[in-house]
Design a protein around this ligand. Structure first.
Ligand code: HEC
Ligand code: HEC
Length: 282
């Protein structure tokens, strides 16, 4: 008689405990997690000072000049109608001469250019060109005149995410929000979400200030700061899993709700069953 009780009771207790655990694990929403700078446990601080980690100086990888001849016909066919044959600008698009590789690369690699709807704020679109074609266009435009920042090189292994968090909070969160989701600005402009930008594009945006975004030069943010901010934004794009049962990551509220419903349901069933048993034995 006793043994028939034991197994189901243990099962019920187990399920309820699981439900409670998964609920407790989801009390901290992912958003709040992103704002608190939890030190990443996976990077242990070595007790011996590491001499080999250099300050990430951000050199500029040169865009191959030889690609310029490949880029010219691409530019003529896709860009010159607005920017002019020699990128000098027309009444449909601004001058591009002397803007630098980072600016051209940012606008082309994010699909903002060629522009589909002149007038509105340019948005990220599917990219028309292969990476080599993009660099060819960059090479052609920069061959027309020197100046402007080059495409930043990054060293994410040496990046300090905590400093990136601080720098992002100070310089970027005002427009893009501390979680990087983006926000509306004045005059129907908006700061886009940062979840789609590649590390290079993030650094390019910082150094060149596309559209309504301010440009952050080396006097405001050092190359190390840029490298650290990129690390922080990449972390926002792939936040650490807060744990608990998977449930397809439908969200903390839904998962907690499910835990309560299932847990309560099981408890009620158990109480009901115990009641029946009690009735049967007396
Ligand atoms: C339909 C017209 C049009 C076409 C085609 C076009 N652009 Fe543009 N481009 C614009 C306009 C307008 C702007 C200004 C947009 C803004 O500031 O939001 C712009 C801005 C840019 C900028 C940023 C300039 C700056 O001052 O920051 C770059 C770089 C650029 N275009 C490159 C290109 C390249 C490369 C192509 C071809 C692949 C191209 N564009 C095709 C109209 C065009
Ligand atoms: C004054 C508001 C403002 C601030 C401050 C600002 N941004 Fe922006 N950001 C913008 C706007 C507006 C755009 C869109 C530009 C466009 O396409 O015309 C943008 C675009 C971007 C993009 C391109 C996103 C994409 O997917 O194409 C990145 C990346 C970015 N910002 C990163 C940053 C970082 C990092 C900082 C801090 C160092 C920062 N921004 C600070 C307003 C801002």
């Amino acid at each position: 008689m006793r043994n028939r009780f034991l197994l189901p009771a243990a099962l019920v207790a187990f399920v309820v405990a699981l439900g409670l655990l998964s609920f407790a694990g989801h009390q901290t929403p992912a958003r709040a997690q992103a704002t608190t700078s939890v030190p990443t446990p996976s990077v242990p601080t070595p007790s011996v000072p590491t001499p080999s980690v250099p300050t990430p100086s951000v050199p500029t990888p040169p865009v191959p000049a030889a690609l310029s001849s490949v880029g010219r016909p691409l530019f003529v066919n896709n860009c010159s109608s607005c920017h002019g044959l020699n990128a000098q600008g027309t009444d449909r698009g601004p001058n591009l001469v002397g803007l630098g590789a980072a600016t051209v690369d940012f606008w082309v690699s994010t699909g903002r250019m060629p522009l589909a709807y002149p007038g509105a704020q340019a948005v990220r679109k599917p990219v028309l060109f292969s990476r080599t074609q993009q660099l060819s266009i960059v090479s052609y435009v920069t061959s027309l005149g020197a100046g402007g920042p080059g495409i930043p090189a990054l060293n994410q292994q040496a990046a300090d995410q905590s400093n990136g968090n601080d720098m992002f909070g100070l310089n970027c969160a005002g427009c893009h929000v501390i979680t990087g989701t983006g926000d509306a600005l004045a005059n129907s402009a908006f700061a886009p979400s940062l979840y789609q930008a590649s590390p290079t594009q993030i650094a390019e945006a910082i150094r060149t200030g596309p559209g309504n975004m301010p440009r952050f030069g080396p006097g405001t943010l050092t190359d190390k700061d840029v490298n650290d901010i990129v690390r922080y934004v990449t972390y926002l794009q792939h936040p650490a899993n807060p744990g608990g049962a998977g449930l397809g990551h439908v969200g903390p509220v839904t998962e907690g709700f499910l835990a309560i419903v299932v847990g309560l349901g099981v408890l009620i069933l158990a109480a009901y069953w115990i009641g029946i048993r009690a009735g049967a034995t007396t």
